[in-house]
Design a protein around this ligand. Structure first.
Ligand SMILES: [Zn+2]
Length: 387
């Protein structure tokens, strides 16, 4: 990126941040006085502010109005969300002020604020960027978000209306259960996803960087040293690398699953389920979160049917007859043996099958039909038992 463009983006960001924070202050006051604080009022504030401050007029007015609209939207949403909450909890959801050194620059440009020409991105206010394209845009974009992430790299992400890319029907269903050792256990043996250990491989180095950061931490009121900043950057870089690896693994797997199946029954996993204390739990949580997101995205993109299944009791139910054991299976117990019908199956495979049954899909439509198993009788309601 040219230094002119960088300087242009940063001063644009400074102006937008000022306007955003001004909006925050107005909104807070208006809320306390139970006044309205919609886009029209904020627009008036902006007009007054630019008359008074010459430096605001140097920026693009299109972009500044966009900030007002973004703020008004975010505020309206927050106001809707906080209805019915306790007064002391209300402030949590409101748009927050953006601090200079804490907030990474983000600039949102809609239709009138940008244009693409000869592979270069022209932004309102005369900023021209050469873009390194990760892939070709399928259609003209409706908006673009220009942002700088924690490592100081700038990105432009374009919003393009999506169309579903239909894939040929396969006639197959799949049930998916998340876990620690295997990130995903499925009703199809060839689609199981072992935990990739991206976090563990990086853990040693991460611990080293974190110790280094702690050692170099400045005393209160002192500025951080160069070495401290470097150690912090190294930590952030490694975190980002692990996150990217996870996403890559998750996407590739999701693509395979979605390509091979018409209908998916997926455990609606909530993080922090596993991440109580251990590093392994946290890593598994992160891997599952990313993989689940990739799967949902991929299924939507290719027009596949996806059911999210409530995770309660999935390890206690029998996929064959629907009977529920009295006690939760201890984690070390790797096989599930049903006392009602005598079916024996690996624990996670049983859970994956329970997903299918609960989603109302046909377990026989799964890849592997257990020929020796007893016939499915008295199938349970796909309804969700409460905890
Ligand atoms: Zn059974």
């Amino acid at each position: 990126m040219s230094s002119t463009a960088r300087a242009g983006l940063l001063s644009e960001w400074a102006r937008c941040r000022w306007i955003w924070n001004e909006c925050c202050a107005r909104s807070k006051k208006a809320y306390a006085e139970e006044e309205k604080c919609g886009a029209a009022r904020l627009d008036k504030m902006l007009t007054e502010a630019s008359t008074a401050n010459a430096w605001l007029r140097e920026g693009s007015s299109v972009q500044q109005q966009q900030v007002i609209r973004d703020f008004a939207k975010s505020r309206a949403k927050a106001l809707k969300d906080i209805k019915g909450r306790l007064p002391q909890q209300r402030r949590a959801g409101m748009p927050k002020c953006k601090k200079k050194h804490a907030a990474d620059p983000t600039l949102n440009y809609t239709q009138s604020g940008f244009r693409l020409k000869d592979g270069r991105l022209h932004l309102a206010g005369g900023i021209v960027l050469s873009v390194v394209w990760s892939r070709e845009l399928p259609k003209p974009p409706s908006s673009v978000l220009v942002c700088r992430e924690s490592l100081g790299h700038w990105y432009a992400s374009f919003v393009v209306a999506t169309t579903t890319e239909e894939l040929p029907a396969t006639g197959r269903d799949i049930g998916i259960d998340w876990g620690v050792k295997e990130t995903a256990t499925t009703t199809s043996d060839i689609h199981d996803l072992p935990h990739a250990q991206h976090g563990r491989n990086a853990a040693q180095r991460l611990a080293c960087y974190q110790r280094r950061t702690a050692r170099r931490k400045p005393k209160r009121g002192q500025a951080g040293s160069k070495g401290y900043k470097e150690a912090k950057r190294q930590t952030a870089k490694l975190h980002k690398k692990v996150a990217r690896q996870r996403q890559d693994t998750g996407r590739k797997w999701a693509k395979r699953v979605v390509r091979d199946h018409d209908r998916l029954a997926v455990e609606d996993f909530r993080p922090k389920f596993l991440a109580k204390s251990t590093m392994a739990g946290k890593a598994a949580d992160a891997a599952i979160g990313v993989t689940k997101q990739a799967l949902i995205h991929m299924a939507r993109k290719h027009g596949r049917e996806l059911h999210l299944v409530h995770p309660a009791h999935t390890t206690m139910d029998c996929a064959q007859c629907g009977a529920r054991t009295k006690h939760a299976l201890p984690l070390l117990e790797r096989t599930y043996a049903c006392t009602a019908c005598g079916a024996v199956s690996p624990r996670d495979k049983n859970s994956a099958r329970v997903m299918l049954v609960r989603a109302g899909l046909n377990p026989a439509g799964a890849d592997r039909v257990r020929a020796a198993g007893p016939p499915v009788h008295g199938q349970r309601e796909p309804g969700i038992p409460s905890l």
